[in-house]
Design a protein around this ligand. Structure first.
Ligand code: HPA
Length: 262
């Protein structure tokens, strides 16, 4: 299995890709959100997971992130693309845009965000939270597929499930955040802990609170997400062809210099 895709609000079964097989996996951390659907994209065998479960029943703060990421590892996946809905904070971030974030700020709480709760003590390097090799390939895929991508941005991850207040968004903007979502963490750091490459594709579904004039609605989120499906699919097809099969990035070796205990 070469690639894993996590999808969220609005793009559940990645309509149009032929499902070859469904795999149910139980992990030492419990059950993943859903079955993994095995699809072939441009000849690349890909495992696809709905983050929010069948028919969107798991809210962001209740997702078993550890089981979801572990399940990918168990399937032999080495690289994950995580698709998510976000609110746009920065001036150049508008609904419908697709962002490939390069940095992340985590302000979630109460989530199990490590596989190392002791006695093994591990501090992974997270200077670059997203795989640089995957980011490069996805930027090229965007150009090749003719899909406009905002190729960097800082994703701030809130706990949810509520949306933010105007003052919170103002504060996050001052912190340097460009988009806000609820699921980017701990997906990114758990993947790193297992030596998996991880890239995010964030679809801006709305202006974050207080940025636009309108009140935020989930209808807006789902409709904008659905409106981006065909662009995401074109992008994924090209990305599958362009992401190198052999990894030359640092992600796989991260544990070599991360263990405190013997
Ligand atoms: N805030 C947090 N998460 C989100 C938003 C938002 O405005 N839109 C989509 N996911």
């Amino acid at each position: 299995m070469e690639l894993g895709i996590i999808a969220g609000s609005g793009i559940y079964a990645m309509q149009g890709f032929h499902i070859k097989e469904e795999r149910e996996i139980v992990t030492p951390f419990g059950e993943p959100s859903d079955r993994y659907r095995i699809v072939e994209i441009e000849g690349i065998v890909t495992a696809f997971l709905n983050r929010h479960g069948p028919s969107h029943i798991i809210p962001p703060h209740m997702i078993n992130y550890r089981a979801n990421i572990w399940g990918f590892k168990e399937l032999g996946v080495e690289r994950i693309i995580s698709i998510s809905a976000v609110g746009g904070i920065a001036d150049n971030m508008n609904p419908g845009d697709i962002v490939l974030p390069d940095q992340i700020i985590d302000i979630t709480s109460g989530r199990s965000s490590t596989f190392y709760d002791g006695p093994e003590v591990v501090h992974i390097d997270f200077t670059e939270p997203y795989c640089l090799e995957m980011r490069d390939a996805i930027i090229k895929a965007g150009l090749k597929a003719g899909v406009l991508l905002i190729d960097k941005g800082t994703y701030i991850c809130t706990n949810g499930p509520r949306l933010e207040s105007r003052a919170e968004i103002k504060a996050y903007r001052a912190l340097g955040a460009h988009v806000v979502g609820m699921t980017g963490m701990p997906e990114a750091c758990l993947s790193r802990e297992l030596g998996l490459c991880f890239a995010g594709l964030s679809v801006i579904t709305n202006y974050a609170a207080g940025i636009g004039k309108a009140r935020l609605t989930t209808t807006e989120v789902l409709e904008t997400m659905r409106g981006s499906t065909s662009r995401l699919k074109s992008l994924l097809k090209e990305a599958c062809l362009l992401i190198p099969q052999k990894r030359s990035c640092a992600c796989k070796d991260v544990l070599k210099e991360a263990k405190m205990s013997d």
